[in-house]
Design a protein around this ligand. Structure first.
Ligand code: PHE
Length: 349
């Protein structure tokens, strides 16, 4: 069954690249979701990504208690494509035209491969864009807020597992030192976490050195003997295969779409490994953008809302325990309840 409201696919007239916009749901309000500019073996893989990522945004906003729906835009770069600055601008204009054609039912923000400077270019064409640079009136880089939200989720987890939200001395393995991953690594190091990190880009070893963190290869780190494994890179790390080899007590991280297939949540549960859903732990960036730009919250109020992820995770873990379900199922339930409450009876099925 098609559960998306609308999917647009267009070869960008300026860039010649596939631009894919997946609008999953506007049940809670106009949709929001980032622009992913990434390499795919085939544009259809980009479409698959857009479909899954946009559905996750719907869950993300519903669980965070915000009045936004879910969407996502993907520009699927053929392998090996490099964009010079002129072509990158063309990509942004192609994306901007598509967003503008949605008449406000979707607004874009940054995601993997894009940044506030790209949002500024999109903002030349359409007002439906989050996270423009602050000097242009936007809320700027969302990654520190995403990292902050993940930290809040880790605190809730720690209280549940160890009876103490203090993370000092906990062993954690973090995969991916991109925008969000690096911020999170710094926050965790400051909390006194015993950190192991990795990235496919070995130049990031410098960050590990700077933080006094151990470095492992991406292959090795997944099976590290730690309290928490933190996926902070691209999705799909948790495959059926990998779950059998994990040696952590929990998986909590800011990467979107961590499960290669939905059944993996159940496999993790069977192994008594707590998985805090990615759409809960990664919500900080979107929460900050929406609350400051749409609700006009001040910085402190927005931060409090990001930190409220701690309470949300605590509630989900309690419900999951009480009902004997996974935190993922508990979160789906919570999201569905909110979406159902927002949709008029005559339209729901
Ligand atoms: N792309 C980020 C996410 O997946 C953050 C973001 C979303 C920022 C929507 C602004 C708007 O949550």
């Amino acid at each position: 069954m098609l559960d998306h409201e609308k999917i647009l696919i267009r070869r960008g007239p300026r860039s010649d690249l596939p631009v894919i916009l997946a609008l999953h749901s506007t049940a809670l309000g106009p949709a929001a979701g980032g622009l992913r500019l990434w390499h795919y073996p085939d544009w259809r893989d980009g479409l698959t990504d857009a479909l899954r990522l946009s559905a996750a945004m719907t869950l993300k906003f519903a669980v965070a208690g915000l009045t936004s729906g879910g969407g996502k835009t993907v520009v699927a770069l053929p392998q090996g494509t490099r964009l010079d600055s002129a072509r990158r601008r063309d990509v942004m204009y192609d994306v901007a035209d598509m967003i503008d054609s949605m008449d406000g039912s979707y607004a874009v923000g940054p995601d993997v491969g894009t940044a506030p400077a790209d949002m500024a270019v999109i903002g030349e064409v359409t007002p439906h864009v989050f996270c423009k640079p602050e000097d242009l009136g936007g809320s700027g880089d969302s990654s520190p807020h995403t990292a902050q939200g993940t930290l809040a989720a880790l605190r809730a987890l720690s209280r549940r597992l160890y009876g103490d939200a203090n993370l000092e001395g906990r062993r954690m393995a973090l995969i991916g030192l991109g925008h969000v991953g690096e911020h999170l690594a710094r926050l965790l190091a400051a909390e006194g976490v015993e950190l192991t990190v990795t990235d496919i880009d070995t130049s990031k070893m410098e960050i590990a050195e700077d933080l006094g963190a151990a470095w492992r290869s991406p292959d090795e780190i997944v099976t590290a003997d730690v309290d928490v494994l933190i996926p902070a890179a691209l999705g799909g790390v948790l495959t059926t295969q990998v779950v059998g080899d994990l040696r952590c007590r929990a998986v909590v991280g800011p990467a979107n779409n961590q499960l290669a297939t939905p059944e993996v949540a159940e496999l993790l549960h069977q192994r008594s490994i707590v998985w805090i859903p990615d759409y809960v732990a990664s919500a900080g960036g979107a929460i900050n953008a929406i609350t400051t730009e749409l609700y006009e919250f001040g910085a402190d109020q927005a931060r409090a809302r990001v930190n409220a992820i701690e309470g949300t995770v605590t509630a989900l873990l309690e419900t999951a325990d009480d009902l004997g379900v996974t935190p993922d199922q508990a979160a789906h339930e919570m999201a569905q309840r909110r979406i159902r409450a927002a949709v008029p009876e005559s339209l729901s099925h």
